[in-house]
Design a protein around this ligand. Structure first.
Ligand SMILES: [Zn+2]
Length: 220
């Protein structure tokens, strides 16, 4: 962990080791936030004040997985909800700066000295995203995976077949081990709901030709 902190210039308490994600869920509700200390900017929220690994774009699997690791796996299958793409854009903008990941159970003295009243909030423009569902289908059998809610927004992409390399990269990156680094993210990335179902779906259909697409929700 120390190595990752030094390399990525991450400061603050990364909540590894003490409580697992399931234990967090059972025992208490924790809200996470990320700041760039150098620029006094607040990162976009991930899901419902959740967390997707250590705030670094490096592709690192340690006791605590990096955001970059998880993002790389999701990108392989074009599953990129708005808040994930937004957080990635924040990390790109503030690469090399002091990034702080904290939570609302920390004491004041653990928090960085910042002018909290005047923190800027990083926001990514919402164009280039589609509100609806993300779908994966087996061309051979028609078996379909679809995310549970039609109000999530995903980064646009054209319907396409996944290559074997992309399927492998998703399977290699997004596994049980990194679940501990995912907490209360967007609904489509809940390890115990949509993401867990998706992992099983890919496993069962990995030998098939898999197509991914976005289905825009139709209102009214
Ligand atoms: Zn910065």
């Amino acid at each position: 962990m120390q190595g990752l902190q030094n390399k990525a210039n991450i400061v603050g308490a990364i909540p590894c080791g003490c409580l697992s994600t399931r234990e967090y869920k059972k025992k208490m509700s924790v809200s996470f936030f990320t700041y760039c200390i150098d620029c006094s900017v607040n990162a976009p929220e991930i899901g419902d004040a959740g967390m997707m690994g250590a705030p670094s774009l490096e592709i690192v699997s340690d006791r605590f997985y990096s955001f970059g690791w998880i993002y790389d796996g999701l990108k392989a299958i074009s599953l990129l909800p708005y808040s994930i793409e937004s957080y990635k854009s924040f990390l790109e903008t503030h690469q090399g700066h002091k990034i702080f990941l904290g939570n609302d159970h920390m004491d004041d003295e653990q928090l960085p000295e910042l002018n909290y009243e005047n923190l800027e909030h990083f926001e990514l423009e919402t164009h280039g995203f589609t509100e609806g569902t993300y779908e994966m289908v087996s061309i051979e059998t028609g078996a379909l995976f679809r995310t549970s809610y039609n109000w999530e927004s995903y980064k646009n992409f054209e319907e396409k077949e996944l290559s074997k390399a992309e399927i492998n990269r998703f399977q290699q990156r997004i596994n049980q081990d990194c679940f501990e680094s995912i907490y209360r993210g967007p609904p489509s990335l809940d390890p115990y709901e949509d993401l867990g179902r998706l992992i099983d779906f890919v496993k069962e259909n990995a030998k098939h030709t898999l197509k991914v697409r976005l289905a825009a929700c139709r209102r009214g």
